[in-house]
Design a protein around this ligand. Structure first.
Ligand SMILES: C[S@@+](CC[C@H](N)C(=O)[O-])C[C@H]1O[C@@H](n2cnc3c(N)ncnc32)[C@H](O)[C@@H]1O
Length: 546
């Protein structure tokens, strides 16, 4: 049967982490193991082929001298043990850095180390502009020169596409398929939304990696969750990723909220007492003036508007603040979405513009968090879609969120059909269509992991499919559907190069044990940096029918 002729798709080795397997390219040798659940690419992280590495396995608690070679999933450093070549992962190790590390975690043939002490620094050291950079989990690579961050991201995409996607690095065609990463012009202040937490335990990071014990102060804190803790908060006065206007608001709140006269207490995740849970700051751009519009959203455990009055008087005096909201969440969980929502001041939405369209964003709407770079991303998507411009094409926008991608294409096509699992996002998408006078877009709520064989049978055949899944990528049911659909063009937008590489492999090379024959050809992969100083990588990939 023809299936046997497919390249082997490998065993379903759940959580396999074959660090010691040699790196192999699909052109000349059997494929490396892949697993549909290995959405972070750990199963195929760079591995050492050295004989010494095969005979060496570190013990938990052991101290080793290591050299970091590259960055992988979550920006973790891929590090080799000096002398043996054995590979371990280390948080906050950067390429070129030589350091002492202690083995903190061992699982199968996979291990992680905690950095103890730098022996010699990494190659592209710069001074981190943010005073919290070494402690806060948000911007782990601020002290790596931006060009080096881009190189590391590009390399990560290349490695994953070759290993997990089984595309051949040696093939001259591959060089033209993988495009150089698009940098982000705005290196700071690019996030339009930040979510801070109120906490009863203030986390003071350790001064040195040698001291394993972080310090906890009983003082109240407002900031970001301490990395690895659910109950401790790193108190911060400003964040360089959010807008200047949002930092003005944060400063005013930090100045006042701990005043005992106000009677505002942080929610305590241990006792479930206290009032303030989260503070969300959202910045948009007013369409007419181009000036920032700010939403302040307090998430609290109960509704007590009187308590807020003195604080609201101060915040509302900041001209950019057009909306102060209160989401009330009485559950013991840590979620910031309220069971009830109240307007404390101004309006309930802010405005954002994207590629000439206007979007009304409420406190809980999903929206691209870097609006400036989203413009660049959406232009790349539009270029990949290659619209004829005669208004004849059908676009299927899968994982459409609030419909932004489909809506930016709608005026040049016959019809857009958007699918999304979150009901509120679908309501927002419909509202956004109306707001922009778009009448050829239909948005449907549904779970794309649970589609049946009839999915899409009531639609005209799609000319272009846009896929924009979240980190786990595409379910096998959707892969089957796409292969059956045979749309001339598929634009795959991904925030996780590992699951993207796996899905590109499925769509192009097939999945033998599922009887799926790949029918698409990979035309281009365009990495885009949406979030400087963080490990996140976005890719826009174009597939065409063979
Ligand atoms: C990366 S976002 C993309 C949103 C949108 N395309 C945009 O650019 O704003 C992924 C979206 O997929 C949705 N999603 C996740 N799992 C889904 C599923 N199984 N079925 C349908 N939608 C899903 C999420 O709710 C989210 O809105």
């Amino acid at each position: 049967m023809a299936v046997a002729a497919f390249p082997s798709c490998g065993a379903r080795r759940l959580n396999a982490r074959p660090w010691l397997h040699a790196v192999r390219s699909s052109a000349s040798s059997p494929s490396p193991p892949r697993s549909p659940s290995d959405v972070d690419g750990l199963g195929t992280a760079p591995a050492s082929t050295a004989a010494a590495a095969r005979s060496f396995f570190p013990k938990r608690g052991q101290t080793l001298e290591l050299v970091c070679e590259s960055l992988a999933f979550k920006g973790k450093g891929v590090c080799k043990v000096v002398d043996t070549g054995f590979v371990l992962m280390c948080d906050r190790a950067l390429p070129g850095e030589r350091f002492l590390g202690r083995v903190s975690r061992k699982k199968g043939n996979y291990a992680e180390v905690t950095k103890l002490k730098t022996i010699s620094p990494h190659w592209d050291l710069v001074e981190a502009p943010c005073e919290y950079a070494s402690a806060c989990g948000g911007c782990k690579t601020q002290n790596l020169a931006y060009e080096a961050q881009l190189r590391a991201k590009e390399q990560q995409v290349r490695d994953l596409i070759v290993r997990m996607g089984r595309f051949s690095d040696g093939d001259p065609e591959f060089a033209s398929v993988l495009k150089p990463i698009v940098p982000c012009d705005l290196k700071f202040h690019y996030r339009n939304k930040m979510e801070f937490s109120f906490g009863a335990q203030r986390w003071i990071p350790r001064d040195s990696f040698i001291d394993d014990h972080d310090q906890i102060e009983s003082g109240f804190a407002l900031g970001l969750h301490a990395p690895g803790f659910f109950d401790k908060v790193l108190h911060i006065e400003k964040c360089l990723l959010q807008s200047e206007a949002a930092n003005k608001v944060l400063a005013v709140i930090q100045d006042s909220w701990r005043d005992p006269d106000l009677g505002l207490s942080p929610y305590d995740v241990h006792t479930h007492g206290g009032f303030l849970k989260h503070l969300m700051l959202r910045t948009g751009r007013d369409v007419k003036t181009g000036l920032p519009e700010l939403m302040v959203n307090f998430v609290t455990s109960s509704y007590r508007p009187k308590l807020f009055e003195p604080l609201i008087n101060k915040i509302s005096a900041i001209p950019e603040v057009v909306s102060i909201m209160n989401n009330v969440n009485s559950s013991v969980g840590n979620t910031s979405v309220g069971e009830e929502e109240y307007v404390l001041h101004g309006k309930s939405t802010i405005t954002e513009t994207l590629r000439g369209l206007t979007f009304q964003i409420s406190a809980n709407s999903f929206f691209q968090t870097n609006s400036y770079q989203a413009e660049v991303l959406y232009k790349l998507i539009e270029d990949c879609a290659g619209l004829r411009g005669d208004g004849s094409e059908i676009v299927l926008d899968l994982f459409c969120g609030t419909g932004t991608i489909g809506l930016t294409l709608a005026k040049r096509v016959r019809h857009v059909y958007g699918y999304e699992v979150v009901a509120e996002a679908i309501s927002d998408a419909r509202r956004n269509a109306e707001l922009n006078d778009i009448h050829n877009a239909t948005f449907v709520q549904g779970d794309l992991n649970k589609i049946n064989d009839n999915f899409g049978s009531d639609l005209p055949k799609a000319d272009i499919v846009i896929l924009d899944p979240n980190r786990p990528g595409l379910h096998m049911k959707l892969i089957k559907y796409l292969v059956k659909l045979q749309a001339p063009r598929v634009v795959y937008v991904s925030c996780n190069p590992a699951s993207c590489a796996r899905d590109l492999d499925y769509l192009c090379h097939g999945v033998a044990d599922q009887g799926i024959r790949g029918c698409y050809q990979l035309k281009s992969i365009q990495p885009v940096d949406m979030f400087p100083h963080t490990p996140h990588i976005e890719c826009v990939c174009l597939l065409e029918l063979h």
